[in-house]
Design a protein around this ligand. Structure first.
Ligand code: CP
Length: 331
């Protein structure tokens, strides 16, 4: 694996290797001294053309915990406002020495364009490109799901996939790179994927996706999912009107206090453990998810954040240590 651009092309064994390595990294993150020397002397560039809290900070924390140097670039406040192109920005940062470039961009395909270019020899990690993919989000979601699923079944998580698990993804799927990355990865890991959304928020061609589509959230919940992943309503990507009002959206598609009572009855497979609630963040509390649902014991939203650091440590470790072995970089 030279780059991590998407989950659609991520092989089963590579996905499991990332999840298993992330398990080891969670142990590092829970130590008093949260450091490994693995990437000492390496430089990770965070190149963010869109706003981010979780992804940018957790990539920074991940790189630092592996002892790498970190350069943070935000388009806001940079020479992008003077018209500097992506190519010139990448070449400028590359000239300062980049071993990995983590890129978030509003254009779908930006990470792939960078990886295919001769602008830099660095490993490229897609931290979200337009509405296309957000692979490390799906991997941290998978780590969260696998930990819940395996602990309910009294198994160790390492080496296992999500076979038998039913995951429901709800809401603004058309604008969601998180949904796309999750659909591909969950299928690769053997889960059964369900989608629930208004027709206006489903992408063209969704019937060819490896997922069961529901046009009613209540009907989707009656299919007894093991996990319910609520998506943020991405108002910033909505040029037109996709639903009548926020209140109407919440009534039909929100994880409200009333629907939380239904989710509280759901179980993880045939165990007594409760089903899981996930949200990639940031949340619109009171729109797609009520505060009671977001803060309920079933919600794994802060676990997802913690797993984000571990997964990103695993990705950087696997990409850059592989390069050391390949001899692509001088020691
Ligand atoms: N889930 C996610 O990508 O959050 P940020 O936009 O805060 O990085």
């Amino acid at each position: 694996m030279k780059h991590l651009l998407d989950t659609q092309g991520l092989a089963y064994h590579d996905a499991l290797a990332i999840l298993d390595t992330a398990e080891e990294m969670t142990a590092v993150s829970s130590r008093q001294v949260k450091k490994l020397p693995t990437l000492r002397g390496r430089t990770v560039v965070n190149l963010f053309y869109e706003d981010s809290t979780r992804t940018r900070i957790s990539f920074e924390a991940a790189a630092k915990r592996l002892s790498a140097d970190v350069m943070n670039f935000s388009a806001k406040g940079s020479s992008v406002s003077k018209g500097e192109s992506l190519k010139d920005t990448v070449q400028t940062l590359d000239a300062m020495g980049a071993d990995a470039i983590v890129i978030r961009h509003s254009a779908s395909g930006a990470a792939a364009q960078l990886a295919a270019s001769d602008w830099s020899e660095a490993a490229v990690v897609n931290a979200g490109d337009g509405t296309h993919e957000h692979p490390t989000q799906a991997l941290l979601d998978a780590l969260t799901l696998r930990r819940g699923w395996s602990s309910a079944h009294l198994n160790g998580p390492r080496g296992t996939d999500l076979t038998g698990m039913k995951v429901l993804i709800v809401g603004d799927i058309v604008h969601s790179r998180v949904a796309r990355s999750n659909v591909w990865l969950l299928r690769t890991l053997g889960a059964e994927v369900h989608l629930a959304a208004p027709a206006t928020l489903l992408p063209y061609g969704v019937e060819s996706w490896p997922a069961i589509v529901h046009y009613s959230l209540d009907e989707a919940l009656s299919a007894a999912p093991d996990a319910v992943m609520m998506l943020r309503v991405q108002a910033e990507r909505m040029g037109g009107v996709f639903f009548p009002t926020a209140a109407e959206y919440t009534r039909r598609w929100g994880l409200t206090d009333e629907r939380l009572r239904v989710v509280e009855q759901l179980r993880l497979g045939d165990t007594d453990s409760p089903a899981l609630i996930l949200h990639p963040g940031p949340m619109n509390r009171g729109v797609e998810i009520s505060s009671a649902a977001a803060d309920s014991p079933q919600a794994k939203i802060l676990d997802q954040v913690a797993h984000g650091v571990a997964v990103r440590m695993a990705v950087l470790h696997l990409l850059l240590s592989q390069r050391q072995h390949d001899g692509n970089h001088d020691e």
